[in-house]
Ligand binder design. Structure first.
Ligand code: G4P
Length: 531
């Protein structure tokens, strides 16, 4: 099979959601359905569930959250599915945003009772900035929830995407009997199994058979389906790929209902890897020589493997273990003897990978998120944007005699993207500012500084909640105002740290020429992110 044919059968996507919508449950259900594993619960889960394999730190285990990103690969029909894992906790949303640079599409999971939640909205914004097509899945339909049509209106009004349901629930939320397959008009009837522990059997019935069996519930679904069609809420592949519409499916991940349909839709509709634009604007063709982009570096993933893993997505060509590739940023060659496919705690040596696949490079001390690896023909992909931090703390070493370890540790956390590190003249190098998208990033940073980098620290909260990019000539007017501060990020960006939006408006009013630009992917306040 050629590289292009291998790429064409890849489906690389991430499941994203507000916490608790059922992401872990759906991940299990998907892999179970594809028969990658024997029994639900063995691959991924929260604390307390059997075989919690994606937790790597005690802190994670205690809290039942997963911090690492990795990819689960399984075959489905004649496709190769790469499900790239994202952290479950919204405090690690910066990691989720990075993962979204490595996938070709996203599955957005909604809780049927809650609809669009805060994190859902941010994620829709990030997908828009990454130009990622989204399939929306309304989960937990086995429980009482919102009206399906009202939910479609909410999606239309709040995301700007037109929802185009591919299936429509038969039975209201809480009475989930099956779905109307809107492309064929058939009824897909679900039959529960004990605890959803095996693939839920489905039955396909004609409309007439469905009407005889389900009566009013079926007639209601048909009527709503016709209403949707009359209003133009039907799937159009080009519109979906252009991110103007979002196909919608209804599921109960916990009962395994609708999971098979989701896999079929991913197989049939989700985009395969395509050429990726290099920094100079030229596309790197899928069948060009090997190239990959690192999207995450993770250290100390578990005590059995105390090392650094860099996760990279193959963008072009074929990767063979042992290939010597070039690290674009340093110009050095990089040997790839130790390459793994990683999911949670499980590692498997990987021999070959194609565009869309995720490789875990072991002991990749020199690699940073955003870096490019290539063979034969040089290429460099654009850096991964740093996301707008909303939380800020000053960090100090508890033991001043270990200042060197402290500095090294801080630099390492910055490079790995665990937190962003800002420095200011006012505070000097002894007291950098850590900036985070979610406050739990600080806990990870402090934990790692103490246990791994042997430099216990004290963190002190700062009152800021907003960072804006500014210019050197504006620094004086910003610092003159009390309750503000200017600091410089690792990439040289000068950031004004502000307590709130009011303060920013006053600054702008008093200094009409001042520049206070939103940061890339500044999605927190709902403003559209710009790439
Ligand atoms: P997350 O990764 O998005 O945070 O969500 P997770 O899968 O952990 O699911 C959150 C809770 O929602 C879990 O319940 C899970 O069982 C439940 N859940 C997931 N999908 C469905 C569904 O389709 N229907 C219903 N009714 N519930 C669903 P929990 O009580 O927090 O944990 P557990 O003890 O049940 O595992």
């Amino acid at each position: 099979m050629t590289t292009a044919e291998q790429a064409a059968r890849r489906r690389t996507f991430a499941v994203i959601s507000h916490p608790d919508a059922g992401k872990s449950t759906l991940t299990e259900a998907l892999s179970l359905h594809a028969r990658a594993i024997g029994q639900a619960g063995a691959v991924h889960g929260k604390a307390g569930r059997r075989g919690t394999v994606s937790d790597w730190m005690d802190m994670e285990r205690d809290r039942g959250i997963s911090i690492t990103s990795s990819a689960l690969q399984f075959g489905y029909r004649d496709a190769v599915v790469n499900l790239v894992d994202t952290p479950g906790h919204s405090d690690f949303s910066e990691d989720t945003y990075r993962v979204l640079t490595a996938v070709d599409s996203a599955v957005m999971l909604l809780d049927a009772a809650k609809g669009l939640e805060a994190q859902t909205m941010k994620l829709f914004g990030v997908c828009a900035s990454r130009q990622l097509p989204i399939i929306t899945v309304v989960n937990k339909w086995d429980r009482p929830g919102l009206d399906a049509l009202a939910l479609m209106d909410e999606i239309t009004d709040r995301t700007g995407l037109r929802p185009t349901p591919l299936t429509w629930p038969v039975g209201i939320a809480g009475d989930f009997r099956g779905v109307l397959d809107r492309r064929t008009g058939d009824f897909i009837r679900f039959r529960p199994t004990a605890g959803g522990a095996t693939v839920a059997p489905t039955e396909r019935l004609t409309s007439a058979e469905a009407e005889a069996k389900e009566g009013d519930a079926w007639r209601e679904a048909v009527m709503e389906h016709e209403l949707l069609s009359a209003d133009g809420y039907d799937h159009d592949q080009q519109e979906y790929l252009a991110e103007r519409t979002t196909p919608v499916l209804f599921t109960s991940a916990v009962l395994n209902f609708g999971v098979g349909q989701l896999l079929d839709v991913l197989y049939e509709l989700a985009p395969a890897p395509g050429p990726r634009l290099a920094t100079d604007g030229t596309p790197r063709a899928i069948d060009a020589p090997f190239s990959a982009q690192v999207f995450k570096v993770q250290a100390g993933m578990d005590s059995a493997h105390r090392d650094r893993l860099a996760f990279a997505r193959v963008c072009s060509g074929v990767f063979h273990r042992g290939d010597v590739v070039t690290h674009s940023q340093s110009g050095r060659s990089f040997a790839t003897k130790y390459v793994h496919a990683v999911f949670g705690r499980d590692r498997e040596t990987l021999e070959v990978a194609y565009p869309g696949d995720v490789i875990g490079l072991v002991n990749a001390g020199s690699l940073r998120a955003g870096n490019t690896l290539w063979a034969e023909e040089p290429v460099e992909f654009p850096p991964i944007p740093s996301f707008a931090p909303e939380h800020f703390k000053v960090v100090r070493a508890n033991d001043p005699s270990r200042y060197k370890q402290f500095q090294r540790g801080i630099d390492q956390l910055d490079q790995e993207g665990v937190v962003q590190v800002l420095r200011s003249e006012r505070r000097g190098n002894q007291q950098p500012i850590l900036a985070a998208v979610g406050p739990m990033q600080f806990e990870v940073a402090a934990h790692r500084l103490e246990h791994e980098l042997r430099s216990p620290v004290t963190l002190e909260s700062l009152p800021y909640s907003l960072a804006r990019r500014t210019r050197a000539e504006d620094v004086e007017s910003i610092e003159r105002r009390t309750g503000t501060e200017v600091a410089v990020r690792g990439d040289g960006a000068i950031l004004a740290l502000l307590t709130n939006r009011w303060q920013m408006q006053i600054l702008e009013r008093d200094n009409p020429t001042i520049v206070l630009e939103p940061l890339v992917a500044d999605v927190a306040d709902g403003s559209a992110p710009t790439p």
